[in-house]
Design a protein around this ligand. Structure first.
Ligand code: E4P
Length: 218
């Protein structure tokens, strides 16, 4: 499963990318609002240069012509940019247009198996299940991931599924067990995945015992 850092903060992206397990990045307008720069294209380009893999950047127009015009602009920022398009009727048409014109897309704000089926039929490169937001609304986000993966596999669609809006380590493990292709993960959660209390306790003990034995590695 690919791991994409969910952030528009260049410092954060750089920090987690240095771990060596980050395959890409995703941004959205709310993540842009959290960082200081107003240079949308510059930030996307810098993130793309750091991660050297897919970077999703979102259009904000909500009509077909506007989305397609913005998709053309966004897709030219960097060769690895994937254009994020919201799941509305004009968005679906825009995904089909992009797919027919060689622009990679990430069909976003998707919450149901039927939305994923349509994304795949329109030729989206990626689409999402916003797991945490579904859980927050009293649904099972992971159940939708299971249904979506079954639909994509049943018909051998090329569209890749992203486990988005991940909030805790179980989301990542369960998405990986279901064969989800990508997880977008906030930097703090990526760092949480490394940790285990038994690892910390075990290391502390090993280092204390090493001190006692007086050996050296040189
Ligand atoms: C995905 O495309 C979004 O950027 C992100 O995963 C949304 O996460 P949130 O629900 O925590 O805002």
């Amino acid at each position: 499963m690919e791991i994409w850092v969910d952030s528009a903060d260049i410092g954060e992206v750089k920090r987690v990318h240095e771990l060596g397990i980050v395959d890409g990045a995703t941004t959205n307008p709310s993540l842009f609002a959290k960082q200081k720069s107003k240079d949308f294209k510059g930030v996307v380009k810098q993130i793309a240069d750091i991660v050297n893999g897919p970077v999703s950047a979102e259009v904000v127009a909500t009509d077909f012509e506007g989305m397609v015009r913005q998709a053309e602009i966004v897709s030219k920022i960097h060769k690895n940019v994937v254009v994020k398009i919201p799941c509305i009727p004009d968005g679906l048409k825009a995904v089909k247009y992009c797919s027919d014109n060689g622009i990679k897309t990430n069909y976003t704000l998707t919450f149901s198996a039927n939305q994923i089926l349509l994304a795949a039929k329109a030729g989206a490169t990626y689409t999402n299940v916003f797991i945490g937001r579904l859980d927050d609304a009293g649904h099972s986000g992971m159940e939708v991931v299971r249904e979506a993966m079954q639909i994509l596999n049943n018909y051998k669609f090329e569209t890749k599924l992203i486990a988005a809006s991940t909030r805790h380590p179980l989301h990542i493990k369960e998405a990986a067990l279901l064969g989800c292709h990508v997880a977008t993960v906030p930097p703090a959660l990526i760092e949480k995945l490394i940790k285990h209390p038994l690892t910390d306790a075990g290391l502390k003990q090993f280092l204390a015992d090493w001190e006692k034995c007086g050996c050296k590695i040189e």
